[in-house]
Design a protein around this ligand. Structure first.
Ligand code: TRP
Length: 375
């Protein structure tokens, strides 16, 4: 398996990753604590889609003492948003609702320009706008959310970025990100930029504000180095909660915008989404007879993963589906149809919210609202 901030491939062993990265598993005790605040434990926690963390216990200690924390997450806008991207955003919104937390949402439009040889700057600008609509459609609270573009809102980031950069050496960045002598120097500086929003809540308010970063596990290298720098600048170390990747509709690998047939984009028409689902890779057998007799394998099935990650909320239903699949009671065609029938209304609803977001975008963007959020 390969898991870096720019490449995720192979069959991912999350326990091994967590060990290698030095993160902690979400224990039952910790989840109980979250549940006390949330009422019901969110599906993504119950199913361990968010599966590891750093300092989440500390975030809760502080919260329970009356000290609020801020949330920070982000997106590298290089193309349309697909359903895999919104999995952690949905969870982030849940955290915002439960903990009345402010959220800094970073659009690293510089990142894609620097890392991809063929990306021109026009693309990130366009995608920052398009993707912001998807983010807003998730339902974040405009009073508590600010979307920051690295390029357009560098005025809010640069001062902190150079403070951070002064404590990051080339040798650290090179080792952590596997850079080379031939890497362009924008890439070398970039980790400072991605660290900044973790410190903004403190810098802006003049108080020490704990920060929790919900993000897929591939972003962890950034937080490791941000955590080393934090105390040197008098900021609390940012805490993290890490998610798994939603697999693509093809065989193996995470959902990727570069393979459009295996990704359901939020802007896909219901018909296109249905077509993609109907040709998805499953864990089925070659013949119906064989499947009825031997059952299929949900663990490698993309359709099952979609239900598990996002669409089938009731645990009893998902367990039933798993049993029906293993026993050969249900066939892949039926299963795909069932998923398509859930995905279609979901997309239509999301697209309606996305349209509405066009009239409210300035309530979210740093250039129109600044970065000052209420306490
Ligand atoms: N680097 C991330 C990407 O390529 C975007 C990002 C910036 C991010 N800041 C973040 C993701 C904080 C999660 C949390 O998508």
């Amino acid at each position: 398996m390969i898991v870096t901030p720019w490449e995720v491939s192979g069959r991912i062993d999350y326990e091994k990753l967590s060990r290698e990265f030095g993160t902690e598993a979400l224990t039952i005790d910790l989840l109980d604590r979250v549940q006390k605040h949330a009422g019901k434990l969110h599906t993504q926690l119950r199913r361990r889609i968010f599966f590891s963390h750093r300092d989440l216990n500390w975030i809760l200690d502080e919260y329970e003492k009356g000290r609020k924390f801020a949330l920070y997450t982000g997106r590298g806008p290089s193309g349309p948003v697909h359903i895999g991207h919104i999995v952690p955003w949905i969870f982030t919104k849940h955290l915002q609702d439960v903990f009345k937390a402010n959220l800094f949402f970073q659009m690293t439009d510089d990142e894609k320009f620097l890392f991809h040889q063929n990306t021109k700057l026009d693309d990130p600008f366009r995608w920052t706008y398009e993707n912001a609509l998807d983010i807003i459609a998730i339902g974040f609270d405009p009073k508590r959310t600010v979307i920051i573009s690295d390029i357009k809102n560098i005025n809010y980031l640069y001062e902190l970025a150079i403070k951070v950069a002064k404590h990051m050496t080339f040798s650290t960045v090179k080792a952590v990100f596997g850079l080379q002598e031939s890497s362009n120097i924008g890439i070398i500086f970039f980790p400072a930029i991605q660290s900044v929003p973790a410190f903004l809540p403190s810098a802006v308010s003049g108080k020490s504000v704990p920060c929790l970063i919900p993000a897929a596990i591939d972003q962890d290298p950034y937080w490791r180095i941000a955590r080393d720098v934090a105390p040197k600048l008098g900021f609390p170390k940012p805490a993290q909660i890490h998610s798994k990747f939603l697999p693509g509709l093809g065989k193996g690998g995470k959902m990727s915008a570069s393979m459009p047939e295996t990704a359901i984009f939020t802007t896909d028409s219901p018909e296109i989404a249905e077509r993609k689902i109907m040709s998805a890779f499953t864990g089925g057998r070659t013949t119906i007879e064989e499947q009825r007799k031997l059952g299929a394998n949900p663990d490698i099935c993309s359709v099952y993963h979609y239900e598990y990650f996002l669409f089938m909320d009731d645990d009893k239903d998902i367990e039933q589906l798993r049993r029906d699949c293993l026993s050969g009671h249900i066939l892949c065609g039926e299963c795909k149809k069932m998923l398509a029938e859930r995905v279609k209304p979901f997309l239509m609803e999301h697209q309606a919210k996305r349209e509405k977001a066009k009239d409210h975008i300035e309530e979210f963007l740093a250039e129109s609202k600044g970065v000052d959020l209420p306490e």
